[in-house]
Design a protein around this ligand. Structure first.
Ligand SMILES: C[S@@+](CC[C@H](N)C(=O)[O-])C[C@H]1O[C@@H](n2cnc3c(N)ncnc32)[C@H](O)[C@@H]1O
Length: 224
């Protein structure tokens, strides 16, 4: 396993208990037999957290490397498949719950991803969207994006709260729960997880304070 993958796994394990607790609260009531899709599953953070709470979880991601890591320690009831979040390889209404965690800011067309998530959710089912938020001040948002892109070239754009709500609304999805949570980040840890070293790391480190805060938006929405 690469250092980067190890850092990701360690962070995923550290965040696991908090993630389970928040999901249990935000998604209550769950029947326990839901079929769930984790879009942009990466190494499986959301899938692993939901697996004990539901019937089965399918994770889909564009990276074979991350999928292999996700499969390595997958809890019972989880499967992982290759696919594009903007053209999901599943039929209409195939899932009771469809979620994505920290994915929308990595895709060029987030509106297509939300539309695809809505398509594969059954009528009466729910979507969960979780992502770091952009700032309402567009100049501050550009600055945040510059830092995030320098850290990880696959970063595209942090969406402000209003954009995420707009994409949900455009698909007739009705928000039933929403939380905006401030997260503290240790810069050096954050650069470790990105696998940054040497001169590139020093350059990116100059773009952020040693400890900084970001806002995470959590949205649960129902498909009528
Ligand atoms: C920041 S990671 C988040 C991974 C995981 N959800 C988590 O929270 O740990 C973003 C993930 O989105 C995936 N991704 C980006 N664009 C994608 C696309 N078009 N289709 C599927 N997965 C995509 C990446 O491969 C990566 O695993």
């Amino acid at each position: 396993m690469t250092d980067r993958a190890e850092h990701r796994r360690a962070l995923q394990e550290e965040r696991h208990a908090d993630l389970v607790a928040r999901l249990t609260r935000l998604l209550a009531p769950l029947s326990g037999d839901e079929r769930v899709l984790d879009v942009g599953c990466g190494t499986g953070a959301l899938a692993y957290a939901l697996a004990p709470l539901v019937g089965e979880v399918v994770g889909v991601d564009a990276s074979e490397e991350y999928l292999a890591l996700a499969r390595e320690h997958a809890p019972p009831g989880c499967t992982f498949v290759l696919g594009d979040a903007a053209a999901l390889p599943f039929p209409y209404g195939d899932f009771d719950l469809v979620g994505c965690l920290r994915v929308l800011h990595h895709v060029r067309r987030p509106e297509l991803v939300v539309a695809e998530m809505a398509r594969v959710t059954r009528p009466g089912g729910r979507l969960l969207v979780v992502d770091q938020l952009g700032d309402v001040d567009p100049m501050r948002s550009l600055e945040l994006d510059r830092f995030e892109r320098a850290r990880d070239a696959s970063h595209t754009r942090l969406l402000p709260d209003a954009d995420i709500r707009g994409y949900l609304d455009a698909n007739d999805l009705v928000v039933s729960a929403n939380e905006i949570v401030t997260e503290r980040r240790d810069r050096e840890r954050y650069l470790d997880v990105a696998g940054l070293e040497g001169e590139a790391r020093e350059r990116v480190a100059r773009m952020a304070p040693a400890v900084f805060e970001v806002e995470m938006g959590w949205y649960v929405a129902r498909k009528p």
